[in-house]
Write a protein that binds this ligand. Structure first.
Ligand SMILES: *Cc1c(COP(=O)(O)O)cnc(C)c1O
Length: 375
């Protein structure tokens, strides 16, 4: 693994280098603390959804913090995990796979797959005998910032049939769901767990495991979400719906695991008389998600000399650096009145879906992360 220079915090690095490209600062201590929080609080196997951020320093630090199982969606994600942990367990939970992708997974020792239709189950039948097949359930459930159920998952009736087919094929039967990303409402998990128990009962199948997905909210707005409240709600619902036959639990957080471990630092390229700001990063870079689920309110501004801007915030239209007119944050952002050209704007909690969605459009984009002791 690359040896990154270590800085006490982003401010120290900025004072020394005055970076003029958008930067991600990474605090391994924060990532490891979050991984330990999940492992301490969640009563089951904690895995990490690699797609949220597949940086090798992320994967390596999760392994250091004790994670050994990863949710992967593609061969490249599998290889990225294997590069930092040769014996990591891989759960291949992208329910749509080409035969070539399946061959790679089998060669890499994958023994757990999610399925949401019979055709996909048939593709796996000859090649992955004895594996765990996790039937993915989709329900219309609210509570998340972004619903994942529109693309993947089967409804309860078809899940019953699929689960029976899993058993008929000789696979180990499990189930999964994903409540949607940035979900802070424990009731979303509760609603799914009730239906999963019902599906298993109707199918006459005892589930080996229940994977309760990712979706755990990160600290994006207002107060930090109460993860432990979600964990205990999940355990309570599983016990009450399954009684003595409770399956082992698995979770696969992406966002909530990695978000707080990174701060995105952008720079003010220009200020207009209207108060509008042009940053050197936008929706084609680390701020892509702002368009879909809104921008975080965890924003700070600092002058190039390291002084924090303190004036009352002013709602400013924020443009990104590219020449595309949609490169603009959806809503005006409250930014200090005394901001100036050359200032740095910090967006905290930006480790998830920032770098993984960032493009190099128009020659902009993010540099490799700089490691810091604290953000
Ligand atoms: C994206 C995804 C996750 C992670 O979701 P977060 O909202 O980032 O926690 C977990 N599982 C599956 C199957 C996914 O597709």
């Amino acid at each position: 693994m690359r040896d990154f220079p270590n800085w006490p915090d982003p401010r120290a690095h900025i004072l020394r280098h005055q970076p003029d490209t958008a930067m991600l600062y990474f605090a391994p201590a924060t990532l490891q603390a979050t991984a330990k929080r999940f492992q301490r609080g969640f009563d089951g196997l904690v895995t990490y959804a690699v797609k949220a951020n597949m940086g090798e320093e992320v994967l390596a630090n999760l392994v250091t913090a004790g994670l050994r199982a990863f949710d992967v969606a593609s061969p490249r994600e599998m290889y990225a995990v294997r590069a930092v942990c040769a014996d990591a367990v891989l759960h291949y939970n992208n329910p749509v796979r080409s035969n070539e992708e399946i061959a790679v997974a089998v060669a890499l020792g994958v023994r757990s797959f999610s399925v949401d239709c019979e055709r996909e189950l048939d593709k796996l039948a000859g090649v992955a005998p004895g594996s765990e097949m996790t039937v993915r359930l989709a329900l219309p459930v609210s509570g998340a910032a972004y619903d994942f159920g529109e693309k993947f998952g089967v409804g309860p009736d078809r899940a019953v049939v699929l689960l029976q087919k899993v058993v008929a094929h000789g696979f180990i039967p499990s189930m999964t769901f994903h409540p949607g990303t940035q979900c802070a409402d424990p009731a979303a998990w509760g609603a799914y767990i009730k239906v999963v128990a019902d599906v298993a009962r109707k199918a006459g199948v005892r589930l080996a495991r229940l994977n309760v997905g990712g979706g755990f909210a990160a600290h994006r707005w207002g107060a930090a979400p109460d993860l432990e409240k979600i964990f205990s709600h999940i355990r309570r619902e599983v016990n009450s719906c399954f009684g003595a036959h409770a399956p082992e639990l698995v979770c696969e957080p992406g966002r909530a695991m990695v978000a707080d471990a990174f701060t995105l630092v952008t720079r003010v390229k220009a200020l207009r008389d209207s108060g509008a700001v042009f940053l050197n990063d936008g929706i084609y870079g680390g701020l892509t998600e702002a368009r879909d689920i809104g921008c975080t309110d965890r924003v700070r501004a600092m002058g190039p000399d390291g002084t924090w801007r303190k004036d009352a915030p002013k709602a400013r239209v924020v443009y990104g650096p590219t020449c595309d007119s949609i490169d603009r944050l959806p809503d005006p952002l409250p930014l200090p009145g005394d901001m100036a050209e050359g200032d740095y704007v910090f967006f905290d909690g930006m480790g998830a879906y920032s770098r993984s969605l960032s493009t190099g459009f128009n020659g902009y984009g993010l540099s490799d992360p700089v490691t810091v002791a604290a953000l």
